[in-house]
Design a protein around this ligand. Structure first.
Ligand code: LHQ
Length: 269
């Protein structure tokens, strides 16, 4: 497969290590989502899911922001005097597919949060598997300021990352979660100075891309399934997943490398 043709608002680059970097590219609007960007991101993620050469995905933003959520100047979400807006439809068509895809892709997805992440922009960062951010980054549940509930999965994702109480306060107040808070509360894995964010994020993405891709993907399934079922059901599911992982070449490569006292080389198969 080759990279799909994407509009300029989403930059995509696949390197030889199998890292697909997707850069939200509407810097003048802090990478807010208009229709074009949301559909392009979904296309990019569909490619990432299907293409075997992609073994890790890195999501970041151009300019000083990560993503300011829905483009509030976009006509598609503004009600005219006699027109009714259908935000539910907008979420179902544009945001839910992105969040579902980030969670369903059986490959590690990293966010390099290079600045403010607000509204659906914060939700997208939270739906990634690992987050790095700059010290200036802020995660803002901006929805309350425009009379909405946190969407794009925020009410599901955020309590799981930082706890119900903290998430509720952020949702109801609209106050930013600073980079320091995000790190202290476990929502961000590392704070990295702006001039080394992209190189550190790339290095981590390469490390993950060199991992046992199938097992990393199955881990996502296991973590997600575990949020909703009893331990007994989970253990049954886990056995099924481990059965699959145990049939990969990477399992054989890992065991072989252990017995030869060397680092494994995983092919992702
Ligand atoms: C923007 C935006 C923006 C357009 C900054 N749109 N231009 C889903 C489905 C359907 C409907 C509704 O919602 C949703 C989900 C959502 O995401 S709802 C929440 C939408 N997002 C927001 O409410 C955040 C709005 N933005 C802000 O509060 C601030 O811009 C933040 C705190 C993100 C950053 O503040 P500053 O660093 O002070 O930057 P700024 O406000 O000066 O923005 C810089 C430029 O970016 C500015 O343009 P300009 O031409 O004046 O320089 C802003 O208008 C533009 N921009 N966010 N969401």
């Amino acid at each position: 497969m080759s990279l799909p043709k994407l509009p300029d608002c989403l930059l995509a680059e696949l390197n030889e290590s199998g890292v697909l970097t997707l850069t939200l590219n509407r810097p003048d609007a802090l990478n807010a989502f208009d229709d074009e960007l949301s559909f392009a991101l979904h296309e990019g993620l569909k490619f990432a899911e299907k293409d075997k050469a992609v073994r890790a995905i890195l999501l970041t933003g151009a300019g000083r922001g990560f993503c300011a959520g829905q483009d509030l100047k976009s006509r598609s979400i503004q009600a005219g005097s006699d027109a009714q807006v259908h935000l539910g439809e907008s979420i179902r068509k544009r945001y839910a597919p992105i969040i579902n895809k980030l969670s369903a892709i059986e490959k590690p997805v990293l966010a390099a949060v290079n600045g403010v992440a607000a509204g659906a922009g914060a939700s997208i960062a939270f739906a990634c598997d690992i987050r790095l951010c700059v010290p200036e980054a802020k995660f803002i549940q901006a929805f309350v300021k425009v009379g909405l509930i946190p969407d794009s999965g925020a009410c599901w994702l955020l309590p799981r990352l930082i706890g119900y109480g903290r998430a509720m306060v952020l949702a109801m107040s609209g106050d930013p979660m600073t980079a320091e808070q995000a790190f202290a509360w476990g929502a961000v894995n590392k704070i990295v100075e702006a001039d080394s964010l992209q190189s550190e994020a790339q290095a981590l993405a390469v490390q993950l891309a060199n991992g046992p891709t199938k097992a990393l993907g199955l881990m996502k399934r296991a973590f997600q399934y575990g949020t909703a079922v009893s331990l007994e059901s989970f253990l049954n599911y886990e056995a099924d997943l481990q059965e699959i992982a145990g049939r990969t070449s990477d399992y054989q490569a890992g065991v072989q490398a252990f017995s030869e006292k060397r680092a494994p080389v995983f092919s992702g198969k």
